[in-house]
Design a protein around this ligand. Structure first.
Ligand SMILES: [Ca+2]
Ligand SMILES: [Ca+2]
Length: 241
């Protein structure tokens, strides 16, 4: 006996893979067919198969199915093997074609995370601002990334906001549950102290939020930074009112 094909590929969502055994000899034969974990593990990735199979007289084929498990988690493609063993499972039958490999192809798309807007203007007196994160190109599985405040990469010309007074530093993991595409980050600007330059004008100060450390399989989009300008207490528009 042997496997008709030595390598099978199956997508995770197919539910099962059909394996074909061939027998070339005349006599009736009984043997054990058994799966063995590789990078794919039973029962998380597939259902263990461990059955005695009897093939009737004469050359013939036998088809059986091994179930594969569908989940929503991104993972690398994984594989396991199936072997034709002696009925008691003591040893594998001789030959290159008495073992086959099944590759389970992952098709989950966790997507990529970025800020909805790369530049935001807030008013100091608002004290709290919610910044929106978007998940695009897929929403499979529970995922997260780290969101933290930074003043290191401010856009030119703007004064840096001061951590602790102009804004509260954060470094927190933002989670998206399976199918969720929107998340919000809370930013606090506790200090209402007005900053003035030599002209007596109030300055705009800037800080940024940055996304890093996505969970496995997730990408951070090009919108990985959000620059936040803290506008003076009284903007020109407001003065005109
Ligand atoms: Ca899946
Ligand atoms: Ca998966």
């Amino acid at each position: 006996m042997c496997f008709k094909t030595l390598k099978y590929s199956v997508t995770e969502s197919s539910g099962s893979v059909s394996i074909t055994l061939q027998k070339h000899c005349q006599e009736v034969m009984t043997f054990l067919v058994k799966t063995t974990d590789g990078s794919a593990k039973a029962p998380e990735d597939y259902e263990e198969f461990n059955e005695l199979i009897e093939m009737p007289e004469g050359p013939c084929e036998h088809v059986f199915k091994v179930k594969v498990i569908d989940d929503v988690v991104w993972e690398p493609d994984k594989e396991f093997t199936i072997a034709i063993m002696t009925p008691g499972g003591e040893s594998q039958y001789e030959g290159d074609d008495t073992q086959c490999t099944v590759v389970i192809l992952d098709e989950d798309r966790p997507g990529s995370i970025g800020f909805k807007e790369r530049f935001i203007q807030v008013r100091r007196k608002d004290e709290v601002q919610y910044v929106v994160l978007e998940r695009v190109d897929g929403s499979d599985g529970n995922i997260s990334c780290l969101c933290k405040t930074t003043v290191a990469n401010n856009v030119g010309g703007q004064k840096q906001a001061v951590e602790g007074s102009d804004f509260v530093a954060i470094s927190e993991r933002i989670e998206f549950k399976h199918t969720e595409t929107i998340a919000r980050v809370k930013v606090q600007m506790p200090d209402c102290k007005i900053k003035t330059d030599a002209d007596g004008d109030e300055d705009v100060v800037t800080f940024a939020l940055e996304l890093t450390e996505p969970t496995e399989g997730v990408k951070i989009s090009k919108k990985n930074m959000c620059f936040i300008d803290i506008q003076p207490e009284n903007t020109i528009a407001e003065k005109a009112e």
